[in-house]
Design a protein around this ligand. Structure first.
Ligand code: EPU
Length: 432
């Protein structure tokens, strides 16, 4: 499927955020920890949640949905081998803990590297192994068992990986004894997952210095939870307002999960007003935007999923800007696409920033230098991954002429009904 986009319209109006993709998918998996029903409100209707629903159904879940309220119940695990899924995302590895807790064995598919780097799961495997899981890695799947059950452990993550932190929490809530996760990730989506687990009866605490403590309990029960709004959608829409010189009220956007972004946006030349109903965004400077240096980092830093929409803004800044990507080794594929549209972006292996970075001195093209402002013109592009796809859409909406963006299934994985919602803001975008 394709989007055909005619650029040039200012986007003006109100748009409501969907529930966070990166919380909703994990909560589906968390519901496997109990035989009772869980009700998830503000549940997004996107490709990634559908893939995860398929995973849950394949192990015995019954799922029903009314509008944005999803009910999931897994009275019994009927199958602990989730290897025959028709489509894949990064979620199956997170099902190991719940399946091991409920039936003592599990098989999940090996997750392929995608187009932003190899994305290994070694930290996940090490953490679960420390908790008593035996995990064999085959070519296409992980085969896991915990004949004696999982037990608590003191675990120090080599890197504060979001997925490994979630995996360890999901395994620890029903494990015997106390688990201490040091150097844990603390993203707001993880806190939202913890809130659901706490409502289900789990005992989880945050300590100082990225430490999370979990006291295992014997059983968990059902719960109802309203999923936090998607902050990645918020950043995408805020960037759109500034890029098109429009004005967008992003309903449900929360300041606390966007603090770092709001500072960067103001430096770049955007502005915002925090309201009770959300945050309104617009372009604050006349003429070109301001050149800015950005480094991505784990929370509370500038998120790696925000650099792509903001990169489109940097192409319109007067002078030299940079982005130093410290989370993924290969997340600048989209620079080629924006260059095709007239941008001037040079990608390089040298760190363009001050943060200490795992990729320093290696051959990963993880820094980008932008020279601007450069007028963007239409192009035919193919989406590489979810976030680069939104950069394509924002660039096409600001560019002169008609762009065709192919492979939009990737965008549908994370953005609910994006074309229809953008049309309501005045975008000229058609799905073909
Ligand atoms: N890493 C390892 N070993 C591991 C796990 C991670 O080396 O065992 C590395 C990764 O290769 C990567 C870095 O650690 O270089 C960060 O990975 P992390 O595990 O934190 O990311 P993730 O859990 O796979 C989630 C989001 C991503 C988001 C990152 C960072 C989901 C489903 N995905 O991925 O979101 O970029 O955290 O915040 O929650 C997206 O939504 O488009 C997306 C890619």
């Amino acid at each position: 499927m394709k989007f055909v986009i005619k650029g040039g319209n200012k986007l003006i109006g109100e748009i409501k955020l969907a529930g966070a993709k990166n919380a909703a998918t994990k909560m589906l998996v968390a519901s496997l920890l109990t035989s009772e029903p869980c009700v998830l409100e503000n549940f997004p209707d996107i490709g990634d949640t559908k893939i995860t629903e398929e995973l849950c159904r394949s192990v015995g879940s019954k799922i029903s949905r009314e509008g944005s309220v999803l009910k999931i119940e897994t009275p019994e695990i009927t199958n602990s081998k989730v290897v025959s899924l028709t489509r894949r995302n990064r979620i199956p590895i997170l099902a190991l803990g719940p399946l091991l807790s409920r039936v003592g064995e599990a098989e999940v598919p090996v997750l392929g590297g995608d187009r932003i780097g190899p994305r290994p799961v070694d930290i996940h495997i090490d953490a679960l192994t420390a908790m008593g899981a035996k995990i064999e890695t085959l070519d296409d799947r992980y085969v896991a068992s915990a004949p004696q059950g999982l037990h608590g452990a003191e675990i120090r993550l080599r890197y504060p990986s979001v997925g490994a932190t979630e995996n360890t929490i999901l395994a620890a809530v029903l494990a015997k004894g106390r688990t201490e996760i040091q150097n844990a990730a603390t993203e707001p989506e993880i806190l939202d997952l913890i809130k659901l687990l706490q409502k289900m009866g789990a005992i989880i605490e945050f300590g100082a210095n990225r430490t999370i403590y979990i006291d295992g309990v014997d059983t968990l029960h059902g719960a109802t939870h309203r999923i936090m709004p998607d902050r990645n959608e918020a950043v995408s829409f805020a960037s759109l307002a500034v890029a098109t010189n429009g004005r967008i009220l992003v309903q449900d956007a929360h300041q606390e999960s966007l603090l770092t972004f709001l500072n960067v946006l103001r430096r770049v030349g955007g502005d915002y007003k925090v309201l009770d109903s959300g945050i309104e965004f617009w372009k604050a400077v006349d003429g070109p935007l301001n050149p800015t240096m950005i480094e991505t980092d784990t929370y509370p830093g500038f998120m790696t999923d925000w650099q792509q929409p903001v990169a489109v803004l940097l192409t319109q800044a007067d002078g030299v800007s940079s982005i130093h990507e410290t989370v993924y080794e290969d997340r600048f594929g989209y620079a080629q696409d924006l260059n095709l549209m007239g941008a001037e972006i040079k990608v390089q292996a040298k760190c363009l920033g001050e943060l200490s970075c795992r990729f320093s001195g290696k051959d990963f093209l993880h820094s980008a230098q932008f020279t601007g402002p450069r007028k963007l013109h239409a192009a035919n592009l193919t989406v590489r991954d979810l976030r680069s796809g939104i950069a394509h859409v924002i660039a096409a909406l600001t560019a002169e002429g008609e762009s065709v963006i192919d492979g939009i299934e990737e965008l549908d994985r994370g953005y609910e009904n994006i074309d229809e919602r953008l049309r309501k803001l005045g975008a000229n975008i058609k799905r073909e």
